[in-house]
Design a protein around this ligand. Structure first.
Ligand code: S3P
Length: 431
């Protein structure tokens, strides 16, 4: 799909966000092995989370969906059935990595996990090596580093693992495997990725303790040990960030996003935008689905350059493409470093973001682990491609709201991975 975007005079509106992608995945995966029925509302009806539902159904669990309401009929820890075909995770790294962990402990079960060309190119050694250390049997292409990944469920034991990268997918794969082990799992090191799995496991009755950076999980001692968890999924801050940046860089804008998940492991983009001088107001803070949420309003702002690095990176990793656009529109230089993980996302987002911003007329230098962005604005519309990456598609759409002339986006349908309503919302807030 090709979409042409031009700059509107004003941006105004209140946006109720789709459910958080990470929490939607976990709500289905964890409830699938709980004992009883759970109802999940404001579920993200994006392609990634639908891949998770399809895989869980292929494992014999009844899951029903009516629009954004999902009912999962968990039958307990040992209820998964061997799938009769390969499990297609589509574009979704979270589906593949978390499922690999969960299936590693299903004694004797054989399963093959695969996905689209992007997912098959992404590194899996990061989960394969530590899962093998717990006694799991996994293998895949490229010496176990790429999908298709084959898993033969095995008897797992507990253990200790020092996480070398701040990946919530790796952390969660290990926690899900350890539920089925015969001893405690202790995680140390870079456990600072998003903590939705830990929160949800605790709410479902698992014996998990977090004493940063150490996480300790006891295996479940009974097949019915996990209680089902019904919840309303909070709004996705990674989707909200597109509207926050749109409002901050447009000269006449005020946009409110309601019900945003404000879990501190996810609010790095708000911190970075504040450091850049964005006008941000957070109101109506409350708790929803075991997570802090609130309404976030952003107005047209004079942004300045900043440095985004270190412990901030995992708290905004998915927002870096849109923050790079904000940086291109700011006064002065922005440096992004310690973000080498961007190279192994749905695309190599250091290369693709730097190329797109350069095509729009920004001065950007791609580095090994980030970017140096000169700032100064004056973007010119051009022809861009999403390369199938949902966050690139949305970043270039927002660029089109401030660039001179027309921005023509190829592969605009990629937004469906995490935000199917994106183009409708964009149409609604333009004036
Ligand atoms: C996610 C974790 C992050 C993030 C991804 C979703 C999750 O990936 O980029 O979009 O739901 O656990 P990593 O674990 O690779 O950092």
């Amino acid at each position: 799909m090709i979409v042409t975007i031009t700059a509107p005079r004003r941006l105004r509106g209140t946006i109720s966000l789709p459910g958080d992608k990470s929490i939607s995945h976990r709500a289905v995966l964890l409830n699938a092995v709980a004992s009883g029925e759970a109802t999940v509302t404001n579920f993200l009806v994006g392609a990634d989370c639908l891949s998770t539902i399809a895989c869980i159904q292929a494992l014999g669990v009844r899951v029903e969906r009516h629009e954004d309401m999902v009912r999962v009929y968990g039958m307990g820890l040992r209820s998964l059935r061997e799938p009769v075909d390969v499990l297609d995770c589509g574009n979704s790294g979270t589906t593949l990595r978390l499922l690999a962990g969960m299936l590693a402990g299903q004694n004797g079960m054989f399963a093959v996990l695969t996905g689209d060309a992007s997912l098959r190119s992404r590194p899996q050694h990061r989960i394969v090596a530590p899962l093998r250390a717990l006694g799991a049997w996994l293998d895949g292409r490229d010496q176990g580093n790429r999908a298709p990944l084959a898993v033969r469920g095995a008897h797992l034991h507990g253990g200790a693992y020092d996480l070398p990268i701040a990946s919530a997918q790796v952390k969660s794969a290990l926690l899900l495997a350890a539920l089925f082990g015969d001893g405690p799992l202790t995680l140390t090191g870079r456990t600072d990725g998003r903590d939705h799995t830990e929160r949800m496991l605790a709410a479902m009755g698992a014996a998990i303790t977090v004493d940063e950076p150490t996480i300790r999980l006891m295996p479940l001692d009974r097949p019915d040990a996990l209680q089902p968890l019904s919840l309303r999924v909070p709004g996705d801050p990674s989707s909200a960030a597109f509207w926050w940046v749109a409002a901050a860089i447009h000269p006449d804008a005020e946009v409110t996003t309601t019900g945003v998940c404000l879990n501190p492991t996810r609010t790095g983009a708000l911190d970075a935008l504040r450091a850049m001088g964005a006008q941000i107001e957070v109101a109506n803070q409350r708790d929803e689905g075991g997570e802090p949420v609130g309404d976030v309003t952003v107005r047209s702002s004079q942004l300045c350059g900043t440095v985004i690095e270190g412990a901030l990176i995992p708290r905004l990793i998915d927002e870096l493409p849109i923050l790079a656009l904000a940086a291109a529109c700011a006064e002065g230089e922005t440096i992004i470093r310690d973000a080498q993980e961007l190279r192994v996302k749905e695309t190599d987002r250091i290369a693709t973001v730097a190329a797109g911003l350069s095509a729009l007329g920004a001065a950007v230098e791609a580095t090994e682990d980030g970017m140096i962005i000169a700032g100064g604005g004056n973007l010119r519309g051009t022809t861009l491609d999403s390369y199938g990456d949902h966050r690139l598609a949305m970043t270039w759409a927002i660029a089109g709201l401030v660039a001179a002339g027309e921005t023509v986006l190829h592969g605009a349908e990629a937004v469906g991975v995490s935000y199917p309503e994106f183009w409708n919302v964009l149409g609604r807030i333009r004036e």
